[in-house]
Design a protein around this ligand. Structure first.
Ligand code: SF4
Length: 209
């Protein structure tokens, strides 16, 4: 793919999804988004949105979650899948936040990925949605659509991130990655993509037949 095509795809998606991009997870501050994103691994955002209100009412900040017992955190995230590991990650992450960052969520990729349970995707979600730092969260939708649109033929999230970063201007990274997520959710389905209705069909080399 050349840079010009990449920008035309970004423009078409911006037109299809006007307004500011936003993660589909509900949150009110960086702590809540970090927590929700850690929980969202391998399950839908809708499911996580159904369990976080009670979790955040009981644990309104990193300090309260850091001090909680494993059993109590597990009881709030039981339906999130892999709940034992996720509860452990949340507690360790919040303990690290309080030990290293004064119970605040840091605003750099470098510091975020050093937190337990936080990978580049989670860090990119927090940076782009909470701090307006350009970042490219590569979720399952971004992976699929970036491949079909021809940004890369790699399935490796870091290579996909790199391919997008090279072709799309930095100040558009966050919006573009979120738009790819919306595209995957609304049109570019894993099994039967709705190419006949897709807003970037004219720029896409993928042939579903
Ligand atoms: S044209 Fe089809 S394959 Fe290409 S991005 Fe749109 S829905 Fe996906």
């Amino acid at each position: 793919m050349d840079r010009n095509t990449a920008i035309r795809i970004a423009d078409a998606l911006q037109q299809a999804y006007p307004g500011k991009f936003r993660t589909l997870l509900n949150f009110r501050n960086p702590y809540e988004l970090l927590t929700a994103t850690i929980l969202s691994a391998r399950v839908t955002d809708k499911l996580i949105n159904s369990i976080t209100p009670a979790l955040f009412e009981r644990f309104p900040d990193p300090a309260s979650l850091a001090a909680a017992s494993q059993e109590e955190v597990e009881s709030y995230v039981k339906s999130a899948g892999f709940y034992r590991n996720k509860a452990k990650s949340l507690r360790l992450c919040c303990q690290a936040l309080c030990e290293r960052h004064g119970c605040e969520v840091p605003a750099t990729m470098e510091e975020l990925v050093k937190l337990p349970g936080v990978g580049r995707k989670t860090a990119a979600v927090v940076l782009s949605n909470c701090f307006d730092v350009p970042a490219i969260p590569v979720d399952t939708h971004v992976r699929r659509t970036a491949n079909r649109l021809g940004f890369t033929d790699s399935k490796d999230p870091q290579k996909i991130e790199q391919a997008i970063a090279e072709l799309v201007p930095r100040d558009r990274w966050s919006a573009f990655a979120h738009h790819l997520t919306y595209l995957g959710r609304d049109f570019c389905f894993a099994r039967k993509p709705a190419c006949d209705r897709c807003p970037v069909a004219g720029l896409c080399p993928y042939n579903p037949d």
